[in-house]
Design a binder for this molecule. Structure first.
Ligand SMILES: [Zn+2]
Ligand SMILES: [Zn+2]
Length: 336
């Protein structure tokens, strides 16, 4: 089968023919229906994940159809449509038992310690799979584990209440455009912040208010008291995000577009304004199940900016790097 391979640390990527995977006892082989490109993929190619195994099949966002299961797999059968968590926890530690497997110290991550999903087929641990409801499309499913469910858990962790105002930076991007919809599904009023007029048009289809430009805090404060910021950009917008917040507000830090750039945090400002700055890593299985239901109810609609075949993976990367024009998710499809 064809796959996008990272041969070694900082050695770029190759589209290569590799042997078809075979399932172990607790594993399944899925035909990849669609995979989705994520900023993490780009950071991995650039070498920001040095502890990955190599060679590695890239890609961690997937929806597929089960082709074959190992002898111990009871919950899935051939033909089931599934998506996967981003990692495989041990399901036995205290974190896992309390439903916070995202903190499992023994977890192994797809496209880091395990091969990922930019391939025709993928080998997955059955315990990381979640069935996709019949009425949810492949596009609607592939945006859930790394994007919509991740935001869902972040907003729950921040204690979101109905009627609160949530501000989303990087609002037209793959995370932002879905974050707006998740926040609205949970009862918030949403301000989308974006960088250009063409992107603002897309954001306005989903957000209650749109602000264009780098200096957005004054305008945000005129709209009302912002309780939560979903920060998808990083050091470039964090200052304005903090200024936008009401006292006691929270920042859910999700994006960090350039990990080599640092941010000078003014502690006095954080203290006097009683701001919580929350890092946020991702979703538990239960968040994925709940968020798939929000997609099923039509409360979250997938926004797909483009779809590129696996052979044209380079084009997908070009689109991801085109910050002026890109919006929504970029999908990688199988044309074989
Ligand atoms: Zn991702
Ligand atoms: Zn665990």
């Amino acid at each position: 089968m064809k796959a996008v391979i990272l041969p070694a640390h900082k050695q770029g990527y190759r589209i290569e023919e590799v042997p078809d995977p075979k399932p172990g006892k607790d594993e399944a082989i899925i035909k990849v229906n669609k995979a989705a490109l994520c900023y993490r993929d780009l950071l991995q190619i650039k070498g920001f994940y040095p502890r990955s195994k190599y060679p590695l099949i890239l890609g961690h966002e997937v929806v597929g159809t089960v082709e074959e299961v190992g002898e111990d797999v009871k919950d899935f059968k051939k033909g089931d449509r599934v998506t996967s968590m981003l990692f495989v926890p041990d399901w036995s530690c205290e974190y896992c038992k309390s439903g916070e497997e995202v903190y499992c110290k023994n977890r192994v991550v797809y496209a880091q310690e395990l091969d990922g999903f930019f391939a025709e087929k993928a080998k997955v641990k059955a315990s990381s799979l979640v069935k996709v409801p019949e009425s949810v499309s492949d596009e609607g499913a592939v945006i859930v584990p790394c994007v919509a469910a991740m935001v869902y858990r972040g907003l729950k962790k921040a204690g979101i209440k109905k009627g609160e105002i949530v501000l989303v930076t990087g609002a037209s991007g793959g995370v932002g455009i879905h974050a707006i919809q998740v926040a609205k599904a949970l009862g918030a009023k949403v301000i989308g912040v974006t960088s250009g007029e063409s992107k603002a048009k897309i954001v306005s289809k989903y957000a209650d208010y749109v602000i264009v430009g780098e200096k957005f805090s004054e305008e945000a404060k005129k709209i009302g008291d912002v309780s939560i910021v979903i920060e998808n950009v990083g050091p470039y917008t964090l200052e304005e995000s903090m200024k936008s917040l009401r006292s006691g507000g929270k920042i859910i830090q999700i994006g960090n577009l350039d990990p080599s750039v640092t941010f000078n945090l003014r502690l006095g400002y954080i203290i006097l304004k009683d701001i919580s700055l929350m890092g946020h890593i991702g979703a538990n299985k239960n968040d994925i199940i709940k968020t798939l239901n929000l997609v099923k109810e039509g409360k979250i609609k997938p926004v797909i900016g483009s779809e590129v075949s696996l052979e044209n993976f380079g084009k997908a990367l070009d689109l991801l790097n085109d910050s002026k024009n890109r919006y929504g998710k970029i999908l990688i499809s199988n044309s074989f």
